[in-house]
Design a protein around this ligand. Structure first.
Ligand SMILES: [Zn+2]
Length: 237
């Protein structure tokens, strides 16, 4: 598995004879309940890209983009975001630079699913000729867990399990175990015009059932997410 930031220029010169694919983990710094790290989304994207790169013989993992468009959690400590215009500009600039450097294709892997983030990345990827792994599309979401499909999944069982699999030391296990399940249909709440966590009924910046999270479920979900990414790369590049 090759991380672009870790290799030398000489090594990249060899690698780019094969016109490698660039996998770009994208996330956010955003509150994830009282128990999970602010960088949860980025951590999941990095985990997926690194696992996929183990299975693809011509993929290079870019340094993650840790900031996203994040407003819904602004009332809590830890929502540090960028604008849609900035996100679009970063994607276009990095895509152009990778192209000039001889990469075959940029593949954007995002796990921060605030609608403005997703819409900006979809449009910027299309503009840049990059691929975007769209996890909320039905055919992808169908393969993920029940909590994810219900859309009651911010820092709940789904995401917390992934963090437990990737970086268990970053989860406050005592806090996690005490959290009651909070059922919120986020897509419906957003469609009804609610654009902050509290208005959606997320008093502690989470929904779903974090107390049910396990590292085992996280490992299984990582496998599925990696399958989705590998399939996209094999079909689209
Ligand atoms: Zn998240």
């Amino acid at each position: 598995m090759i991380r672009l930031a870790d290799i030398t220029s000489a090594r990249l010169e060899e690698l780019r004879e094969r016109r490698p694919v660039a996998l770009w983990p994208v996330g956010a710094i955003e509150p994830h309940g009282p128990h999970a790290p602010l960088g949860t989304d980025t951590l999941i994207s990095v985990g997926m890209c690194e696992r996929a790169a183990e299975r693809l013989d011509d993929a290079v993992v870019l340094p993650p983009l840790p900031f996203g468009v994040t407003r819904y959690g602004a009332a809590f400590a830890g929502a540090v975001g960028i604008s849609e215009a900035t996100l679009r500009a970063i994607v276009l600039d990095v895509a152009a630079s990778l192209d000039a450097q001889g990469f075959r294709r940029l593949v954007i892997v995002n796990n921060h699913l605030e609608p403005e983030q997703v819409a900006t990345l979809r449009a910027a990827a299309q503009e840049a000729g990059a691929l975007y792994l769209d996890l909320v599309r039905r055919r992808n979401a169908e393969r993920l867990t029940d909590e994810f499909r219900r859309g009651s999944c911010h820092a709940g069982r789904y995401e917390t399990s992934l963090v437990l699999a990737a970086a268990p030391q970053l989860v406050d296990g005592d806090a996690m175990a005490r959290l009651p399940a909070v059922e919120v249909d986020m897509p419906a709440a957003i469609a009804a015009g609610r654009t902050d966590f509290r208005a959606m009924g997320m008093e502690r910046a989470y929904c779903g059932a974090p107390a049910e999270a396990t590292a085992d479920e996280g490992r299984t979900t990582f496998e599925t997410l990696t399958d989705l990414l590998v399939e996209l790369v094999r079909e689209g590049t």
